[in-house]
Ligand binder design. Sequence first.
Ligand code: PNS
Length: 178
Amino acid sequence: MKKIVAIYPGSFDPPTNGHLDLIARGSKIFDQLIVAILRNAEKAPLFGLPERVLMLESMTAEFKNVEVATFDGLMVEYAAKVKADAVLRGIRAISDYEYELQMALMNRKLHPELETVFMMPAEQYSYLSSRLVREIAQLGGSIKDLVPVMVEQRIKEKLDPAVKLQHARNPTKRRKRG
Ligand code: PNS
């Protein structure tokens, strides 16, 4: 029987618990799910591409049918290259719908064979976005429960070099904290 391959494209700067929730849901309904990080989405991203790849690989290690990749150019061209049947996108609230509908229909115009599948993340992530996580972290607020602990730690290191220095001096302690 034909295996259904889907891509889950996005910027993932940073990846959040909402993304992880969607990946978990997608991995249940698709045979293979490729988390596809867009290269050069933002001129000054918080995390470089290799860091985002590492974080997402670590977050998705438990899902055996999920892999992490990067792409640039048109998403539909990348989808064709990896022979994807579907694009997975999350819809959190009605406000996402207009943009997502426009993008899905434009992608369908460009590549009629590619289906867009929308899934809803768990309710507790319906107000969560990478942009808000970046903003809250940059302004010193707590991002606990919004991103995995490992991402939270990396954001702290990025925004406060003293944290990084402390961990570089004491790497064992850092490993224990996960
Ligand atoms: O996480 P994001 O930033 O909402 O993801 C947006 C993304 C990466 C899915 C979208 O910008 C995209 O597909 N970009 C690739 C360029 C492209 O295909 N543009 C035409 C969209 S109709």
